[in-house]
Design a protein around this ligand. Structure first.
Ligand SMILES: [Zn+2]
Length: 238
C-alpha cells in the first residue's frame, strides 16, 4: 500500500486529498476523517477515474469537508493562528509580546506574550469569552425585559453542557442563567435564548402564550431554535 497527495478543483474550490492504493480494494472509496479527504483505490484505478468519482460526489465531499473544518475549529488547542468564534465571527488567535491580557483587534484576538504555553492560552481565551458573554447577555436580557416593561433580571453564566439557559423567579425578581458557550454563536441565536428566558418572567411555561411573547421579542423564533439545535453540538465542544 502506498499514499500520495493530490489536488482537485471542485466547484471552484481547491481540495487536497490523499490517495491510498491497496491490492485489497476492488473499487474506489471516499473517506473524510480527522486527517481530511482520503481516497482508497485499487492499484489499477486511473487518476481520471478517481477525479471523476470526486466530481460526481462534489456536493457530498464539500459538505463533509465543511463539517470537518468546523469541527477542527471548535476544538481549542491554544495555538497561535487557531480560530475561535465570538458572536458567530471567527477570530484568529495571535500571540503578541506587546499585549499582557487578551484583547480584540479587528478579526484577531491578541492573547498575550508568545512565551505562553498552550494551556495558558486556552485559559485566557475561555476567560475572555466568559467576560464577553456576561457583558452581552446582561445587555440583551435588559433590552428584552425593558421591552416587556419588566425590571432587569439578574443574569449569571452557567456551564451546563445540556442546556443553553434557565430562568427562575422569586420575590427578588427574575434570575436568568445562560451558558457562556453561547457567546460563540451568531447574535440572533444569543437573542433567541435571552428572549426565551426573559419571556419566562411573564410565562413560566411553554404555552402558546409564552411563544407569542418570544416572537414579540425576536420575530419568528422557529428558525432560530432549529439552527441552534442543529449546531449546538459544535459550539458546546469548547
Ligand atoms: Zn423555556
Amino acid at each position: 500500500m502506498n499514499a500520495a497527495t493530490a489536488q482537485i478543483e471542485l466547484r471552484g474550490r481547491q481540495v487536497g486529498f490523499e490517495v491510498r492504493r491497496s491490492k485489497r480494494r476492488r473499487s474506489i472509496g471516499l473517506l473524510i476523517d480527522e486527517r481530511g479527504l482520503r481516497v482508497a483505490a485499487p492499484p489499477s484505478a486511473s487518476e481520471l477515474a478517481i477525479e471523476n468519482l470526486l466530481r460526481e460526489h462534489a456536493a457530498w465531499v464539500l459538505r463533509k469537508l465543511d463539517e470537518w473544518q468546523l469541527q477542527q475549529r471548535s476544538t481549542l488547542h491554544g495555538q497561535n493562528g487557531e480560530q475561535i468564534a465570538c458572536c458567530g465571527e471567527w477570530l484568529t488567535i495571535s500571540c503578541d509580546d506587546a499585549v499582557d491580557k487578551p484583547q480584540r483587534s479587528g478579526d484577531r484576538l491578541l492573547v498575550g506574550p508568545s512565551a505562553l504555553k498552550p494551556e495558558a492560552v486556552r485559559r485566557r481565551i475561555t476567560s475572555w469569552l466568559k467576560m464577553e458573554a456576561i457583558t452581552l447577555f446582561k445587555q440583551r436580557c435588559e433590552v428584552f425585559s425593558n421591552r416587556l416593561g419588566l425590571p432587569a433580571p439578574q443574569v449569571r453564566l452557567s456551564s451546563a453542557r445540556t442546556r443553553w439557559g434557565s430562568c427562575a423567579r422569586d420575590a427578588d425578581g427574575g434570575r436568568i442563567r445562560i451558558n457562556w458557550r453561547l457567546i460563540q454563536t451568531p447574535l440572533p441565536w444569543i437573542d433567541y435564548v435571552a428572549a426565551h428566558e426573559v419571556a419566562h418572567l411573564r410565562q413560566m411555561n411553554h404555552s402558546p402564550a409564552f411563544w407569542r411573547v418570544v416572537d414579540e421579542l425576536v420575530g419568528d423564533h422557529r428558525p432560530l431554535r432549529a439552527a441552534l439545535r442543529r449546531d449546538a453540538g459544535t459550539y458546546l465542544r469548547l
